[in-house]
Write a protein that binds this ligand. Sequence first.
Ligand code: C2E
Ligand code: MG
Ligand code: MG
Length: 645
Amino acid sequence: MNTLRNIFFDLCAIPVYLIILWTCCARKLTRGRINRAFLLITLLSLACTVLDIAMEYTVNPLPLSRAAVAGGMVISSLYLVLRHGTLLTYFIWLFHMTRTEYRIRPLFCRVLIVLPYAVSILLLAQNLFTMNVFSVSAADGYRRERLMTVLYVNAALYGVAGLACCVSCRRFLSFHKWFSVISVYLLTFLAVTVQLVFPHLLVEMFSTSVALLMILLHVMRPEERMDPTLGVRSWKAYQEDLANLLRIRQPVQILAGQLVNADELRGYLGDERYDALVLRGMESFRSQVSRRPGTRMDIYFERPGNVYFILENEGPADSLQSEMEKAVRKSNGFSPREGIRTMLKMCLIRVPEDLKDLKEILGLGHRFPLLGRQEQQLFLARDLVGGQDYRILSHIDEILERAIHGDSLEIHYQPIRDLKENRFRSAEALARLRDPEYGLIPPVFFIPAAEKSGLIIALGEKILEAVFRFIHEHDLKALGLEYIDINLSVAQCLDSHFPGTVRRLQQQYQVDPSQVCFEITETTFDHITAAAHERLRALRILGYTFALDDYGVGYSNIQRLSRIHFRLIKIDKSMVDELSTESGRLILRNTIHMMHDLQKQVVAEGVETEEALRALADMSADLIQGFRFSKPLPEAQFLSLLRRP
Ligand code: C2E
Ligand code: MG
Ligand code: MG
């Protein structure tokens, strides 16, 4: 009866350990260093609990039989070996969990960590003959002996070192995670104290089970750091891990990949096939790079199409570069099986040589494709950082603030030629920033940044006002123009105040709505809601017209054409550039034909050469915009071009 009372807590601990193990398996927390170490700790603790119970039955009641003495020796030795093993494994798990394992990587550290455990094992081995650590005898049962103190000291060493590790890693973890991690030590310390005062209350293994349960609930939560469908680490995990690596000054190399046409691919393939494509790509790259000896690589994914590889312990950057080149070449291009063209760009960032600031590294991962030539696939941060474009992009928010509150916004106008009437019929208003510090900044730099930060609403209003003022100040008819094209961003279309703003400016500058044509890009449709649709329709009722911009970029859906009444379809430069190929010409001819059948006028954008112009005239394109006639010009030059006889 007494024995049963002693093992009461141990009996309660067993179902807790079993629940932890079952949950780990059910939630697939079985792969990876952190999960495996946690499983091992739980298994060792469960074994210790079972041995604890077995020991109580073996050494009670007194006097003991010879078999009970031998059994007691074996069980107790095994218990101590496994219990110390738990402490060692937990200590190592702490480093993996906080991503500070680099601290224990040197051989010297590894030896130091294993040393107390090795001493304990040796002591226990010799104890089988000397009984100087503990003894089991027929008359006295189990007794601690002189050298047991060494075992306690060894265990305490792991406890103290573990506590110190927890304290030093405090800033890497949220409070509830940190508290769960440290509770293993706090509860064990409490339990050992209780057992010293009340030797028959075997609460140690129960307290450990409670602490492990807390860790399972608060710390082992992969869903917080995983992309739910792909099962790889998420953008949030990338930010956290990178922040930790920077804090501990661990040198790493980051490969940031960007699937430039991710949105189009997803639209075309659908979510499931797109995810499979991304996974295949990541796996093929992983298998290529992880063949390198000593490479440790973590992969992260950010939707829609950014992937990050963090490589530690990496060799020379040059060999990595050649592997990246191979990977990019393999991933890019046309895949006949799926009928798609993937456009992957990659950037190699060495930390800390190239960059050492978290915000800058994260920012470069997003912006690097803007810093190169259009066809460039491989980027090296060392070539980008410090350049003028890089400086602009890293200060873009501040530049945008200056544009909104100051007068650095400029509108350039690019005339659009009517081929039949052989005159300029309209012009597109294109925004530029003339920043006092960074000079003239093109829209590819500031429009996406303004869209991301939400400043596009304020900036868009400023652009609108500048163009409306231009229309008010100049008689378009006298200039030979019918209307001005103004580009709209998705955010503006979604903004419920937008129609009100347009109406207010229209009244203020007495603009006739037929003098304005709003350009909306194809991809805008992916984001437009029914309410936004209504707003655009309201503007149409007021008399504004619309043009579909960048037609032919990525994946075009003819159905979209009927959703808003478009006056014009603007064929993107990329399609015009294909005029040099037989199939390009065929596609363009048929597209123009189809648009005419749908009663739409066609504008060809990016026309640079006489040949392209002639080919388009031959295909009956209605309007031409491009450097062949004029680049976008500042207001004064634009006016003098139009006034030229
Ligand atoms: P977009 O609306 O498709 O404008 C046409 C772009 O093609 C302009 O670039 C123009 O300079 C360029 N372009 C025209 N003809 C040629 C040519 O013959 N050869 C070449 N290589 N390029 C040509 P830009 O001004 O750099 O504008 C880029 C994009 O930025 C625009 O593309 C538009 O999407 C956006 N954007 C420009 N201004 C605004 C604005 O005020 N608001 C919004 N939301 N977006 C704007
Ligand atoms: Mg446009
Ligand atoms: Mg365009």
